[in-house]
Design a protein around this ligand. Structure first.
Ligand code: TXA
Ligand code: MG
Length: 310
């Protein structure tokens, strides 16, 4: 039985108790819901992989309350302060693991780097305070499926497989954090909630990391975020296809009628899920063109994965 916990003091105390006991608790963040477990507890981390059905070579993000806590588990490179104003927020840094950090090696999937993030959502921050440790948290969806942006999305995919979900309502950003690799020269490992342009204004042009065959961030696997049906991009729905619109258009599902990319990102996974439910395994989802700027890059990245043949 998976319990639904309120985001108040009682609910968060209970969530923290479950986490300390090695339990799994899904939690809201400003990006998407995370599947939380104690990052120092091998069994808890193993259960995260099991609950998600995630291939074990996919390392997990560790959530921490501030940069000081990050420095206990990872090595922040000289000059990282130029990015400091982006924390708390939807930015994840991949850093060298601090030796003796106490993190379960399962969290990093055996790598000597670790992905760390300082979330901004008040409920995530209150949970981190109540728990008092490093919180491993991949997106709270079965591996390869659409990321959850509401507590009921989490229950759709993981009910019965985890102890609890803290219900913090819909996620404001709606796409995952931007992942910046800072082991050696800075590299963009995944576009996300912080626009790449904002990072490039600070760091200069960023090479992108990995390819489909050798993904450095498994979110880069080509067929990720997959609905059951077929997905066509940059097009309008024809016949009995299910359309997802953007800007002016007749579609019932519209990411943002006013063509606002922030609104579109917040709606993306919710609407892909709704379209998937309508279309079913044999159906087709047709998605309108999304501009390739700002959050549009993260949206198109997710959509290309959703549309990749598999
Ligand atoms: O917004 C987010 O980032 C959400 C919320 C819950 O924080 N989390 C999330 O986690 O999206 P997940 O596990 O679904 O995606 C984490 C990505 C994966 O693609 C993983 O491979 C990559 O981060 N990653 C983690 N550790 C890494 C490492 N050491 N080197 C390279 N990539 C890493
Ligand atoms: Mg994920």
């Amino acid at each position: 039985m998976t319990r639904l916990l309120a985001p108040d003091a009682d609910g968060l105390d209970e969530a923290a108790r479950l986490l300390r006991d090695g339990g799994l608790v899904a939690f809201p963040s400003e990006t998407v819901y995370g599947l939380g477990g104690d990052a120092r507890n091998d069994r808890a981390v193993a259960r995260i992989y099991e609950a998600k059905g995630r291939p074990s070579f996919n390392p997990l993000i560790v959530h921490l309350p501030d940069a000081e806590a990050v420095a206990r588990f990872a090595v922040l490179p000289a000059g990282w302060e130029r990015l400091g104003h982006l924390w708390p927020g939807p930015m994840t840094l991949v850093l060298p693991v601090r030796p003796g950090s106490g993190l379960s090696p399962l969290v990093t999937a055996g790598l000597d780097s670790v992905a760390v993030r300082v979330p901004a959502h008040p409920v995530t921050r209150a949970l981190l305070r109540a728990f008092g440790g490093p919180l491993a948290g991949p997106s709270a969806n079965p591996s390869g499926r659409i990321s959850p942006t509401r507590a009921d999305h989490v229950l759709d995919g993981l009910s019965g497989r985890i102890e609890a979900v803290v219900d913090g309502g819909p996620c404001a950003v709606g796409v995952e954090s931007t992942i910046l690799g800072l082991v050696g020269a800075p590299r963009l490992l995944r576009p996300g909630g912080v626009p790449v342009e904002e990072l490039e204004a600070i760091l200069g042009p960023l090479p992108t990391g990995g390819d489909a065959a050798q993904p450095s961030a498994p979110g880069q696997l080509v067929s990720h975020y997959a609905p059951r049906g077929r997905v066509r991009l940059n097009t309008r729905a024809a016949g009995d296809e299910v359309g997802i619109g953007f800007g002016a258009g007749p579609e019932g599902l519209n990411l943002s009628p006013s063509a606002d990319l922030v609104e579109a990102a917040a709606n993306l996974f919710h609407m892909l899920r709704a379209a998937d439910d309508h279309a079913g395994a044999g159906g087709t989802i047709a998605v309108a063109p999304i501009p390739e700027t700002g959050l549009g890059r993260a949206i198109n990245d997710r959509l290309r994965r959703a549309a990749a043949p598999r």
